[in-house]
Design a protein around this ligand. Sequence first.
Ligand code: SAM
Ligand code: DTB
Ligand code: SF4
Length: 330
Amino acid sequence: MTVRTDWTREQIAGLFDLPFNDLLFEAQSIHRANFPRNEVQLSTLLSIKTGGCPEDCGYCSQSTEAESGLKATKLMDVQAVLQAAAQAKDHGSGRFCMGAAWRNPKDRDMPKLVEMVKGVRQMGMETCMTLGMLTEGQARQLAEAGLDYYNHNIDTSPENYANVITTRTFEDRIETLENVRSAGINVCCGGIVGMGETRSDRIGFIHALATMPHPESVPINALVPVKGTVLGDMLADTPLAKIDEIEFVRTVAVARIAMPHSMVRLSAGRESMSEACQALCFMAGANSIFTGDKLLTAANAGDDKDAALLAKLGMSAMQAQPHGHLEAAE
Ligand code: SAM
Ligand code: DTB
Ligand code: SF4
């Protein structure tokens, strides 16, 4: 299977338009040609610096613009982060993803961040961070510390971006993604569906991802509506704007077909998703989830529910492969 980055918008639109069974059959066929059929990669999130973020992302509880009642914290101590990582490992997670509510890290934060990466890596877990925009130099420092993945989402189509976020541009996002990639760090990049966007925006979103060097991980989040955020309040007022589950599954399937070698992560929003919908997402080629009780600030499905679901579906955890990109480069 060749990896194409020359998808046209019409081709992506054509995939979305397929009869549902045809779409799922194609997505599942591509999935099983490229990945272990019944394995799911497990990642665990930790918010290492919560709230007080100067960006105005309309979905996010951590923006200073949101009236979500969230208490802002300082950057956590390295030891506390490592303790949380050890616990995640004990619970069977393979990747530890550390998130900070920043527009960008300050250079004075870098030594602590480097220690966190080194410490988690030493435990044999894959490391991931999401800290906002990065300069080339900061990306290089994190790469040298051994960071495996950097998460930086495009969130939606280029044309819808300014309706969701005004404090940065789509191009700012692309610039950081390029800095991350040229530093040799694997890219984790996806977005959110269910923000009241149109089908055309979902087409534009997948088209943008599929026409860049494909991110190694593609998180597909379903909006977690948080009271006090622009989008959370909008959804509470117009419940019909909530994403249709079939349309959500279609989005996952199109991502799988357009990016056949990327890990597609069923991300935020699983807590309120039926088991049947999650099972359809796995059928559509999703092969990664966030485990644990909490995402960054919002609730997640939790280990017991996930263990039960994976057992019902006969699925098991994928083995972690820390430092994959470094070995590949040697
Ligand atoms: N501040 C960093 C940034 O924006 O890149 C990192 C953390 S940010 C919370 C990571 C991603 O989480 C966002 O890009 C967005 O896709 C997702 N996210 C945030 N709030 C969400 C929500 N309420 N529902 C679904 N996804 C959400
Ligand atoms: C991503 O795409 N989803 C994760 C991770 N990358 C950092 C974050 C989801 C956040 C959900 C809302 C919250 O917990 O505040
Ligand atoms: Fe800040 Fe990230 Fe939330 Fe946007 S998504 S407000 S950048 S923490």
